[in-house]
Design a protein around this ligand. Sequence first.
Ligand SMILES: Nc1ncnc2c1ncn2[C@@H]1O[C@H](COP(=O)(O)OP(=O)(O)OP(=O)(O)O)[C@@H](O)[C@H]1O
Length: 256
Amino acid sequence: MSVLAARDLVIDVPGRQSGQVLNLAVEPGQVWGVLGPNGAGKTTLLHTLAGLHPPRAGSVILDETPLARLRRRRIAQRLGVVFQERVDGFPATVEETAMLGRHPYLSYWQRESAEDMRRVQAALERLDVAHLRQRPVGTLSGGERQRVAIATLLTQDPAVWLVDEPTNHLDLHHQSAVMALMREQAAAGRALMLCLHDLNLAARWCSHVLLLYPSGEACWGAAQNMLVPDALERLYRQRLRVVEVDGAPVFVPVNG
Ligand SMILES: Nc1ncnc2c1ncn2[C@@H]1O[C@H](COP(=O)(O)OP(=O)(O)OP(=O)(O)O)[C@@H](O)[C@H]1O
């Protein structure tokens, strides 16, 4: 049974005349990669699925209920988002930022519990930012901020993770650690949709892939069926060579 679905959904990309109707279902345990060139509409799709951007047509279904019929608080308990670029609205420490992930579960007057604090500490440790807990977020490096954003999502612990470029700003070790976390979350029954620019991360970590073309055309399915050179070369207008490492395809751009 799907936890998140696009039903006859057309995303609203400014200036684009047409857009393919999307009918897809994301199930617990799946990791979806959304791939496409700059401007194809990946972020717009993620925002639409999160209910932050109205669709041109159709609807988003969360837990078998149209998103438009759910309260914001309920949505925040079930669905979490990490944006590509973040504006820190108010000065907060790393710890305070991660604690925001617990707010959907707290009533207006309720204070954070020891269990909330335990979840925050565990998430900060998991993302390797516990040593920064008292630092204002504004003083962090790009990669440290990215890890705090993912720690906040881990603290929130939603059923659906929507993450725009999870490895943005991360060094190789942390890229690998974050993708392993994503897979671990899927194994624990979460459903994930990740916008990715790195084909090789998609090939290694995603169970399903959605290809978004700048024309609005889209296709989706099991990763091994979607990650084929012809489709990807057309998607990126880039020639590719494919080699295999540990049973997974590795795509290398070639010129000429
Ligand atoms: N507020 C806006 N006004 C005008 N155009 C917009 C607005 N927001 C997005 N767009 C355009 O919509 C298109 C899709 O943007 P989107 O951010 O979804 O693409 P993307 O696939 O995530 O791109 P990237 O890989 O560069 O992150 C782009 O051409 C973008 O310029």
